[in-house]
Design a protein around this ligand. Sequence first.
Ligand code: DC
Length: 230
Amino acid sequence: MISIAIDGPSGAGKSTISRKAAEMFGFIYVDTGAIYRTIGLASKTHNVSLYNKKAVIEMLPKLKIELKYNDAGEQHMYLDGKDVSRDIRLPEVSMLASKVSAIPEVRAFLIDMQRDMAEKYDVIMDGRDIGTVILPNADLKIFLTADVSDRARRRYEELCAKGMDKPFGEVLAEMKQRDEQDTERAAAPLKPAEDAVMLDTSGNTLEQSVAEVCRLISDRTGKKSVNGHE
Ligand code: DC
């Protein structure tokens, strides 16, 4: 099986780039942030305070978390039997996800689910610790970055497109707060693996970033993209 690990901060374009690259190579795209988001959402629906770490940990074995793919190859997250793929995208859930992901027991709870996917399928898996913790033997590790203002601008445009009204300054402040939480936590902090290829997407168009990632995958794996450019 081939595994490609793509890590980096929020808003660097990981998910869009990974999804498109996976499509081009016929690999499965695994969005691990969605799994943390599902736990963040669960803490809300189960009325568990994120400041009560013990309660969060006790909640874990009671949850039924499933990752499924529809016929179009899109990942859907299920929480206790309900498709929550839309709910987990709410900005409020981003912050909850970032908070629960700092709890080592939450991270340990999700390791097998992520590794199982890479054992069964050729994957492009994106997240924060894929190259460092989840798939240390990945065929290729890419660390995607971009300036924080670029990343906040992209997130702001995404929110506007979804009709969510939020001032740019707030989006930028939240992005900085999440960067700090994700980078400074003790458990699997966001950092590039030693053998990761660093890719800065600031100022790139989406197409340029996708082409760059596809080229890296082709060079490393010897695979040709099956759906279009290399
Ligand atoms: O990629 P995202 O914004 O959907 O991720 C949501 C949160 O989950 C993010 O703040 C950090 C956390 N996360 C993580 O700690 N490890 C991962 N592999 C993926 C996401």
